[in-house]
Design a protein around this ligand. Structure first.
Ligand code: DGL
Length: 273
């Protein structure tokens, strides 16, 4: 395990295929304001949800190598697709680094449902993965779990469209299908989807349970840092760097329009793209 005294001020690497993980980054910054964070949007290879598990794992390895070159003390992966494809491989290749992955909120959804039917909206990559299917078997053996891949939703968010008539129509279609089949809890199993929450709420209403995992993920990260004695105790405000394997200007515009965050964005060094 990593030595606390040396490394607690080192950055945490946080990564997703694109802007999705920024929904979780906000929760991380709120809970862990003293941590130095480097966020990588692997936008040059987006969307992960339509790619093979091998490809997504290769990208996870490349981004991990980048974080290691920056002396990251821990690596957080707020990307359901990358976690499902690569986390086992990452943990076995780099046993000295704590990796924190994300998974759809199947367990709480199975506890909440009254109809016995839950709907999961995620990428194709997540829904077909072994990791996800093991999760469902383990946490929801007596629940009917309806799966709904929504690749179009990732495209919407990445194009900066999160509201308006076109978005509402595209969002309504899969939701209607799940609700018509008696789903009474919905799980957002892709970190891009919370950006569409307003349109989702406009269709399902304010009281319908729609679960996402940003805050639980941040709590899990906190727990892992604490357990490994690498929480940053400095008391100073943590720094944030944004990198992308895609177009830096594009990511800067998106973070500003989606999150009202004005942070400089740099291109990820070519060796890791
Ligand atoms: N945001 C990602 C997830 O949570 C992946 C989206 C994509 O690149 O397809 O699964």
């Amino acid at each position: 395990m990593i030595e606390a005294s040396e490394t607690s001020s080192h950055p945490i690497g946080v990564y997703d295929s694109g802007v999705g993980g920024l929904t979780v980054l906000s929760a991380i910054r709120e809970l862990l304001p003293h941590e130095n964070l480097i966020y990588v949007a692997d936008s040059g290879h987006l969307p992960y949800g339509q790619k093979s598990q091998d490809f997504v794992t290769e990208r996870a390895l490349a981004v991990t190598e980048y974080f290691i070159s920056k002396n990251a003390k821990a690596i957080a992966i707020p990307c359901n697709t990358a976690t499902a494809a690569a986390i086992k491989e990452l943990r076995s290749r780099y046993p000295h680094i704590p990796f924190i992955g994300i998974e759809p909120a199947i367990k709480p959804a199975a506890r909440m449902t009254k109809s016995g039917v839950i709907g999961v909206l995620a990428t194709t990559g997540t829904l077909v993965s072994r990791t996800f299917n093991e999760l469902v078997r383990r946490e929801a053996p007596n629940t009917q779990v309806l799966l709904k891949p929504c690749p179009g939703w990732v495209d919407l968010v990445e194009s900066g469209k999160i509201a308006g008539t076109e978005v509402e129509q595209l969002v309504a279609e899969p939701l209607k299908e799940l609700i018509d089949k008696q789903a009474d809890v919905l799980v957002l199993g892709c970190t891009h989807f919370p950006f569409l929450l307003e349109s989702i709420r406009n269709f399902v209403g304010l009281d319908f349970p729609v679960l996402e995992t940003g805050k639980p993920f941040a709590r899990q990260l906190h727990f892992q840092l604490d357990k490994n004695h690498i929480l940053n105790q400095s008391g100073e405000k943590g720094s944030l760097e944004l990198k992308t394997s895609g177009e830096p200007d594009r990511l800067r515009q998106l973070t500003s329009s989606l999150l009202h965050m004005n942070v400089a964005v740099e291109r990820l060094p070519q060796a890791y793209c």
